[in-house]
Structures are given as structure tokens and as C-alpha cells.
Design a protein around this ligand. Sequence first.
Ligand SMILES: Cc1cc2nc3c(=O)[nH]c(=O)nc-3n(C[C@H](O)[C@H](O)[C@H](O)COP(=O)(O)OP(=O)(O)OC[C@H]3O[C@@H](n4cnc5c(N)ncnc54)[C@H](O)[C@@H]3O)c2cc1C
Length: 482
Amino acid sequence: MPEFDLLVIGGGPGGYVAAIRGAQRGLRVGLVEKERPGGVCLNWGCIPTKAMLRSAEVFHTLTAAAEFGVYADNVRFDFAAVRQRKDGVVKELTDGVAGLLKANGVTVIEGHARFVGPTTVEVHETGASPIFEGGPRYAAAPGAPVRQVSAQDVIVATGSVPALLPIPGADLPGVVTSDGAFGLTEVPRRLVVIGGSAVGAEWASLFATFGSQVTVVELQDRLVPLEDKEIGDALGRSFRKRGITVLTGATVTAIAQDDGLLVSVAGPKPQDIPADVVLVGVGRRPNTAELGLDVAGIGTDARGFIEVDDQLRTGVEHVYAIGDVTGRALLAHVASHQGLTAADVIAGHDAHIDYTVIPAATFTHPEIASVGLTEAAARAAGHEVITAKFPFAALGRAKTFGETEGIMKIVAGQQHREVLGVHIIGPSASDLITEGALAIYLEATLDELADTIHAHPTLGEIGMETALAGLGLPVHIAPRKR
Ligand SMILES: Cc1cc2nc3c(=O)[nH]c(=O)nc-3n(C[C@H](O)[C@H](O)[C@H](O)COP(=O)(O)OP(=O)(O)OC[C@H]3O[C@@H](n4cnc5c(N)ncnc54)[C@H](O)[C@@H]3O)c2cc1C
């Protein structure tokens, strides 16, 4: 009999959630993790970036305090203390995950797992950090495996790592990926961010608030190109207003050592940009190095992501994959939901994952959040749509906050007025999007959103006000001219 009913490889938000659900379903669960519990999300992604962005937000609020009749003289920050606070938040949460795994009876095995058969892995010691002391230990150390582990079913939850840029100079000192950016001990004076998607935009926003002279180079025609065009354009305008240089339709062709670094940009305005740090935020690749997928016979797509069905089954019996390594939507909450589904399937439940409602947030200043279809995607899918917009500037609560920049945009079907997509740029967008997610999940209409009494004065009123605008019955903005 195998040692475990379920073996999970990787302890990120996909893997640890799957392990806990499996144990709760009565399975004997083992989890192999080569770095730290919590994966990228808790150690190198969602949490540490948001902890540092919160410090930036506090700094920003204090520098603008006079607007609120509050005088804070000599406001300054200590970047070492910002990083220390971030480390504290990360430690509390990763310790919490370790505690939850223990409390649920999951056996955690430290080391790097490598398949030696479809449901058997050997666990190796993990090598030292290639990035900085205490950092991620990506590689299996050479030498004999520490032990071999077998299970009835296996879930691969090994996540993703930063994509590298195949251009000259990408390996120069001072050129960092998102992981490496956590090793920066000082705020760079001049920062070039390559890639204006969520990860790049958040780092740009963070360092701009702390005083870096930031340039973002984005290949597409706007920042956050996966978002609705109006939202991406609005973020570009906002960044430029804050003094961030935004180069769209542009690409970095080389990085050279100069007095610091010199970044060559091709595009509408070819130029060389001097920088102290270049942050490469151009995407992610599956974390499958030295995993032995071929030994287990597990298939991948052309980019190396593991292909799965809606029950997270790979092509190999008893082997499942969840999270970033499946390349579906590289978000922590998607990984967790896939984990719950896979564990339930393994425990004998008829569970299926549904990707219709996936909210996503980008924690720039101003924040961005969205769920469902963009206007362009809805039209491309053949929907006849109506769109409605409402500005935060017309909300009483936003005025009291002193945060009036941004809009909500709803995309709805023309005939039934069902909500197809919700897009927000503005204060607390990441919290407000939950109403949009629930609206789409419950197939709510603009009429139902508008009929729902929203508390006043709240930022949440924007959902009701935008729906009213979509119905042609706006109360707090002038009606569209007929
Ligand atoms: C800077 C940044 C900010 C982000 N912000 C957000 C955000 O705000 N919201 C959001 O939803 N998402 C965010 N993400 C994305 C999010 O972090 C990922 O989608 C999420 O972590 C994926 O979870 P996962 O469980 O699939 O994999 P991971 O979190 O990558 O975890 C995989 C784990 O597997 C381990 N592992 C890998 N190979 C092996 C092996 N062979 N043996 C043993 N262990 C192994 C790794 O050490 C790792 O701990 C962000 C990402 C980055 C980089």
C-alpha cells in the first residue's frame, strides 16, 4: 500500500489548500515543498508586494495630509523598515500555513520532488539560493535522494517562476526579475520596468511613490493590456500624471553597462534610457525544471504548462495538476479553487472547476479590478452590449476619502441587461469587485443591481450608480443626451 492517499508537490496557494481539503476529506496527505510554505504568493508575490505597497500608501497619504487639515512635518520613510515590516507579515502568514497543515494532519516533507514513476517521487535536498541569502532555493542539490515517496494520487502544484528576457545584457548586475526585486535594499534612483502588466505596474507604482524616477516599457498599446481598454488607458494617464514615463508599443532590445545601465528601447520613439535598476516583469514560465514530467509521462503544451481537464486531471491516471503550472490564469485564488476541486475529485466527489467568474486585481495607485468580459471580448463573442460608466468623483464617500480618481464600467447584454463584465479603476477597486463577481455568478441584471439598496455613503454605491446609468436613469450624474 502506498505511504499516502494523496501526495501534493508544492506548498503554494494551490498545493497547501489542496492538501488541507484532502485531509479534511479523510485522505492521508503528504506535501513536498522545496522552499517555504505559501509558495510564490506568500513569499515572493501577492503578500510581500501588497505589504510594501501599503507602506507606500501610508507614505503617500501622510505627504498629502495637509489636504485633510492634518499636518505631518518632515514625513520620510526608511526602506529597510519597510522591508522588515514586509518580512514580518510574510512570516506570520507562512507560519500560519505551516500551522494549518499540521493541524489538519498533513505530513510536510522538505525537499525537491522528482518523479521516478507516475505516482512515485524521490525527494532531494534543495540547493542554495541563486538570488540572495535566504531566498528561493530553486534547484535540487546534486547527490542521492533523501527518500522515496509513493501515493495513490498525486497533485502537481509547482507553480511558476519569472520569465527571462532573451536580450543582450539581461544578465547584467542591476537587472532583476520580480523575485530579485525583493533583494533591493535601496530605492533605485532611476528604474526601468520592462512589462506593464499587473506585476510590472505594481512595482512601478510602488517605487514611484518612494521617489524613483520610473519608466515603464510595454509592448502592447497600453498598460495592463488584459484589462478593458478604457481601464488600461486610464492607468496610463494616471501614471503619467504622477510623473511615471509610460512607453507603449515599445520594446527593450538591449541593456548595456554604462554609468549604471543603459536600456535601448525600440518603438515609436527609439531611445536609450539610463537606469540604476532594470526590473524585468514580462511574464512567468512553469516551474517544472528537474521535476521529471517526462519520466511520469505528463504532457505539456508548447509553452511547457501542464494540460488538464475541468477536473484537473492530466493525461496520466492518478496524476492531477493545479495552479500556475497549468497556465490557466496565473492567480492565487484560481490556484486555490483548482486545489479544492482536485482534492474533492480525488476524494470521490463529482467536482468540476468553472472559470466563468475570475476576479483579478492590480494594486497600483489607483487600484484596478475586473471580472468577466471586457467590452472588446464581449463584442468579439457576439454579444450585443450596452456599457455604463460612473465616476468615483460623483460619490460622496470618495470625496470624503479625498480619492476621486477613476470609474466603474459595466458591460451588459443589450436584450436582458445581464452583467457580463465589471471593470474598476479607483479606490478600493479590489474589494468592490466582489459585487461584480457575485453579480455575474448569479446572472444578475443591471435592474437587480440598481434595485439593491446600497449603504450610504460608501464606495460600494458605485455598483448601484453604474447600473442606474446603464439603465439610462442616473441620479448623481447628468443623463446622456438623447
Ligand atoms: C510579484 C507578484 C505579485 C503577485 N500578486 C498577486 C496578487 O495580488 N493576487 C493574485 O491572485 N496573484 C498574484 N500573483 C500570482 C500568485 O502568486 C500565483 O498565481 C500563485 O502563487 C500560484 O500558486 P501555485 O500554488 O500554483 O504556485 P506557487 O505559489 O508558485 O507555489 C509553488 C510551490 O511549489 C514549490 N515547488 C516547485 N517545484 C517543486 C518541486 N520539484 N518539489 C517541491 N516543491 C516544489 C515551490 O517552492 C513553491 O513553493 C503574484 C505573483 C507575483 C510574482
